[in-house]
Design a protein around this ligand. Structure first.
Ligand code: LRH
Ligand code: MN
Ligand code: MN
Length: 388
């Protein structure tokens, strides 16, 4: 295992943001299974996230979802996070649980509903000022179910206007990160269904508007790494919501369903400068742990991202370029696959040990007694959000 010094430095910088909602109970519309010890408060979610960071050193920040994580004093919450060795990160706005948004939020035909949705984003920006967060992530549940139900063009125009109002309210160091999703909760149109729509709105807004790529938000067989390469090339890849999927937006553990796809995505991140210092690409998880232990699930997830990043950094770029330029099809593919097939796990375990971290963080968590402790202390844990 030999990384170039630059590649090793890139791995040293890796930071993966955890979603607060991964620590709450989650499920499908059929059933939400609860786990003993599930957090009852935002503070308890942070305490659980701190376990992931303490055992891996890979997850120094936590994303919040508003209003799921609403508290009276966000400055105090930020100080609490700091005591735990964490930072509060991306603020995700939530317009998917209010009856007023049945026919849309930022795209609604009624100016009063649009105003309410814009005001919610203003509140999120206030939260960002209190927490020191850089990113406002907007994923909209807006769309239609039936052809003719809404005016596709009019909805885009209203969306552009609402986003402009929100963008203009951001501080000079804050960013608007627009997330797309092909379908769900609506099944005919979504108002931000694809990277092209997100990109068009982001470029219209200005330099501090970027795109979030959630790995579960595409049609089956979409070449996601191509989108990564293109957004990086255009300077608009702002963030990843990592998870994995077999069918649709499954929100399973990243790297579980298709490790090779994760490798291909990270190879394009490396190629496009997304791992360079100050690149502005925020790595985040967006997952649900419906049946498995949530803290161990988050530990497994950040380790999967680190492992595939290390493999992507191993690609011999000089050899690859030489083979590509020589038209050596099989040779180029072999250089690429050699990196993918290299087992970096023993090397990463050694590296953790050198830093005073456990060789096997999942096993260390199981042996720590933390799960038993929170199961005894916490009664009546809350759900991540939907299906209350
Ligand atoms: C939508 C989504 C979006 C939300 C999260 C809970 O499917 O990916 O990022 O904020 O799930
Ligand atoms: Mn997402
Ligand atoms: Mn999703």
């Amino acid at each position: 295992m030999s990384l170039t010094p630059a590649a090793a430095a890139a791995l040293d910088r890796q930071a993966i943001e955890l979603p607060s909602w991964a620590f709450g109970n989650a499920g499908t519309r059929f059933k939400v299974f609860t786990t003993p010890g599930t957090p009852r408060t935002v503070e308890e979610k942070l305490a659980d996230a701190a376990q992931v960071q303490a055992l891996t050193g890979l997850a120094p920040s936590v994303a919040l979802h508003i209003p799921w994580d609403l508290v009276d004093d966000f400055g105090k919450l930020a100080a609490y996070a700091d005591d735990l060795g964490l930072r509060l990160g991306t603020i995700n706005s939530n317009t998917f649980q209010d009856d007023d948004y049945r026919l849309g939020s930022l795209t609604h035909v009624d100016p009063a509903v649009r105003r309410k949705a814009v005001d919610h984003h203003f509140r999120c920006i206030d939260v960002m000022h209190a927490t020191g967060s850089r990113d406002l992530k907007i994923w909209l549940p807006d769309g239609t179910n039936y052809p003719g139900q809404g005016d596709i063009r009019g909805r885009q125009d209203r969306l552009a206007e609402s986003l402009r109002t929100i963008y203009d309210r951001l501080g000079p160091d804050q960013r608007l990160v627009l997330e797309y999703k092909i379908f769900e909760p609506f099944f005919y149109t979504m108002d931000v269904p694809d990277w092209g729509t997100a990109y068009a709105h982001a470029t219209a807004l200005g330099d501090r508007a970027v795109v979030c790529l959630d790995t579960g938000h595409h049609a089956p067989s979409t070449n996601v790494e191509f989108i990564v390469a293109q957004l990086l090339r255009l300077g608009r890849l702002g963030a990843f919501d990592f998870n994995s999927r077999f069918y649709a937006d499954d929100d399973l553990i990243v790297g579980a369903a298709d490790p090779f796809q994760l490798f291909r995505i990270l190879a394009e991140v490396v190629r496009g400068g997304g791992m360079d210092a100050g690149s502005g690409v925020q790595f985040m998880l967006d997952q649900c742990h419906n049946i498995e232990d949530k803290i161990a699930g988050q530990i497994r997830s950040v380790l999967n991202v680190e492992e595939m990043t290390a493999r992507a950094l191993l690609i011999d770029r000089d050899a690859l370029t030489a083979a590509q330029e020589a038209g050596d099809v099989l040779g180029a593919n072999a250089v690429y696959m050699d990196a993918f097939w290299t087992d970096v796990r023993p090397w990463l375990a050694d590296r953790r040990e050198e830093r005073g971290l456990p060789r096997d963080p999942v096993a260390a968590y199981a042996a720590s007694g933390y799960a038993e402790q929170i199961a005894a202390e916490r009664v009546g844990g809350r759900q991540a959000g939907w299906g209350a």
